[in-house]
Design a protein around this ligand. Structure first.
Ligand SMILES: [Zn+2]
Length: 208
């Protein structure tokens, strides 16, 4: 489990900023981990602000909600630079669904950390095709602390790091995760992708 190098700032030491990334597939507990860290910072009387992309409205427009319904108030923002304005005075900035922001999120996180803010970004490291997702790879490279969390493969029960899309859409952003995706391990993800790649006539021949 991740333990912060410093939670509060009791002795009024100079503020130190850094970047933490919590990444993984869908259903891996990223948001729960983000909420756990932010809750601890609040206990230490840190000023905490949470942001998420304005497009992510799956459950609630203002709360960051994890699958197990832990929630924390958050501010939806359209572009990362809004975070710089809205986070003024915060000790800790949490960002959920980081993969949906553009690459300017990396520079925004750097600026916040350079100015003494602890930044915690949660997000999908890979999209539904297994490709690095949005600004996440650059954030992983620049963060001081990286935590990769894992889901459980629904096919075989091994550790899962892929988000396998059940729905037919080919858009990189497809909201509504529980009915559109499942967590899969590498072999089960590959097997699913190969089955999808087969023409439908061959596919029905294979399955029947
Ligand atoms: Zn599996």
């Amino acid at each position: 489990m991740f333990i912060e190098p410093r939670v509060g700032n009791r002795h009024n030491a100079p503020r130190r900023g850094w970047i933490e990334v919590v990444c993984g597939s869908m259903f891996s507990g990223k948001t729960e981990e983000l909420i756990r860290r932010l809750t601890r910072a609040r206990i230490a009387r840190q000023q905490v602000e949470i942001f998420k992309p304005a497009l992510d409205t799956r459950y609630d427009t203002e709360d960051v909600v994890s699958h197990n319904a832990a929630r924390i108030r958050s501010t939806p923002v359209a572009i990362p630079s809004e975070i710089l304005l809205l986070a003024a005075g915060s000790d800790v900035v949490g960002i959920d669904e980081g993969q949906f922001f553009d690459n300017s999120l990396v520079e925004v996180c750097q600026q916040l950390a350079d100015n003494g803010t602890r930044v915690i970004v949660a997000g999908l490291d890979m999209d539904y095709l297994g490709r690095p997702f949005g600004p996440m790879p650059a954030l992983l490279a620049t963060a001081e602390f990286v935590t990769k969390v894992h889901a459980v493969c629904v096919c075989c029960g091994e550790i899962a790091s892929y988000s396998y899309r059940i729905a037919a859409s080919e858009s990189q952003v497809l909201l509504g995760e529980t009915d559109s995706y499942e967590a899969r391990c590498r072999p089960c993800f590959l097997e699913g992708m190969q089955t999808k790649a087969l023409p439908s006539a061959t596919q029905s021949a294979v399955t029947h």
